[in-house]
Design a protein around this ligand. Structure first.
Ligand code: NAD
Ligand code: DAU
Length: 338
């Protein structure tokens, strides 16, 4: 069985590649990634020599190369993670989000259609549903209307619509997954949890947007990987599956939990200018996926501990990032008081 994973050098795709290479030695896992600032291959040192793993450097929006590659390898499954994924970057530079997330997805769909793929799994996000208010009884279900608020989530919602249209029009075998916020090993330090861990470890200030009361629903990346594995093998064709584990936290709770686990002072917290169009709350109802047999293995308490331990044990990986080009991004993105 040949499985193409796009974006397998990034955070979730990278974890998924490791998960699949280890769990299914009888499958061949192809990792296709163009290696943007968010992609790195050092995370695959433990699997790169395996016979069931290959890496291909390519841009998903490059139609000629993608078509050639699909015709050569005739994949059975595509699991599509490749994307521009950071909301803040989409606010300052929306164009690349449209090119990669919308056009790139359509190029992949055309290529997959031409070789009669068994299934195309499109990895999307709960952000396509927009925001919830703070009523704890409300959740995103698969029937919640799409109402994306950022250029990032609008680009993901657009790609979801195109994937859906290929199912309706061409009867293409697809699934769409919509997951809540992931965290865990190899999370790029621009995102809240790894940003907080890395900065607290360096005794640097942690920027919290607005009043810190916005809520996210956190899921450990390994639980997201097992969900996608299940959807790939057992998801009903044409269906959307929400993925989440009921771990709602305010951003301030998340930051304070990390500071306390590292035995540092809350004086490191600095409230900074709010994100434009900042969604108030995300919360997932995962009932449909649970009916398919999925259960998460981490709750937030066990997952954040495992993640902090991983960042402590893998300083070289994230220090290499925070001391590189990322420094310029950080300086442009944040303004602290003197
Ligand atoms: P990431 O930014 O860590 O990784 C994205 C990967 O895609 C990188 O390796 C990058 O090099 C690659 N890529 C970008 N543009 C490409 C292109 N044109 N061609 C080929 N490769 C390209 O992202 P992530 O956080 O791992 O997210 C992966 C997917 O999961 C995205 O589609 C995202 O929308 C979705 N998602 C993320 C979360 C989350 O919390 N991070 C939650 C739900 C869904
Ligand atoms: O919900 C799924 C989404 O989760 C994915 O689709 C996105 O790819 C992923 O990046 C993530 O989006 P968020 O915007 O929720 O994640 P981020 O880590 O950027 O921010 C989490 C919360 O923390 C959000 O309310 C904004 C806040 N925040 C973030 C940063 C980077 C801060 O307060 N300060 C910060 O410096």
């Amino acid at each position: 069985m040949k499985i193409l994973v796009t974006g397998g050098a990034g955070f979730i795709g990278g974890n998924f590649v490791k998960y699949m290479v280890n769990k299914y030695p009888e499958y061949h896992i192809f990792n296709l990634d163009t290696l943007t600032y968010a992609g790195d291959l050092t995370k695959h040192r433990d699997v790169e020599e395996r016979e069931n793993y290959s890496f291909i450097k390519a841009d998903i929006a490059d139609r000629e190369i993608i078509n050639e590659f699909f015709n050569k390898e005739k994949f059975d499954y595509v699991v599509h993670f490749a994307a521009e994924s950071h909301v803040d970057r989409s606010i300052t530079e929306p164009e690349i989000f449209i090119k990669t997330n919308v056009l790139g997805t359509q190029v992949l769909l055309d290529a997959a259609k031409s070789i009669n793929i068994k299934k195309f799994v499109h990895v999307s996000t709960d952000e396509v549903y927009g925001e919830l208010d703070f009523d704890p009884e409300t959740f995103f279900t698969e029937d919640t209307p799409l109402q994306p608020n950022s250029p990032y989530s609008a680009s993901k919602a657009s790609s979801d619509m195109i994937v859906r249209a290929y199912y309706e029009t061409y009867n293409m075998p697809i699934n769409i997954t919509r997951c809540s916020n992931n965290y865990g090993p190899y999370h790029f330090p621009e995102k809240l949890i790894p940003l907080t861990i890395s900065r607290v470890l360096n005794d640097e200030r942690v920027p919290v947007y607005g009043d810190g009361k916005n809520i996210r629903d956190w899921l450990h990346v390994e639980d997201h990987c097992s969900a996608i594995d299940l959807v790939m093998h057992a998801g009903d064709l044409g269906e959307v599956y929400n993925v989440g584990g009921h771990n709602e936290k305010t951003n301030l709770e998340v930051v304070k939990t990390i500071i306390s686990a590292l035995d540092k002072s809350e004086d490191l917290i600095e409230f900074v200018e709010d994100r434009l169009g900042h969604d108030k709350r995300y919360a997932i109802d995962p009932t449909k996926l649970e009916k398919l047999g999925w259960r998460p293995t981490y709750n937030f308490e066990t997952g954040i501990k495992q993640t902090i331990d991983w960042y402590l044990a893998n300083k070289a990986w994230w220090e290499n990032i925070v001391n590189g080009d990322y420094k310029n991004y950080f300086e442009e993105q944040y303004t602290f008081t003197e």
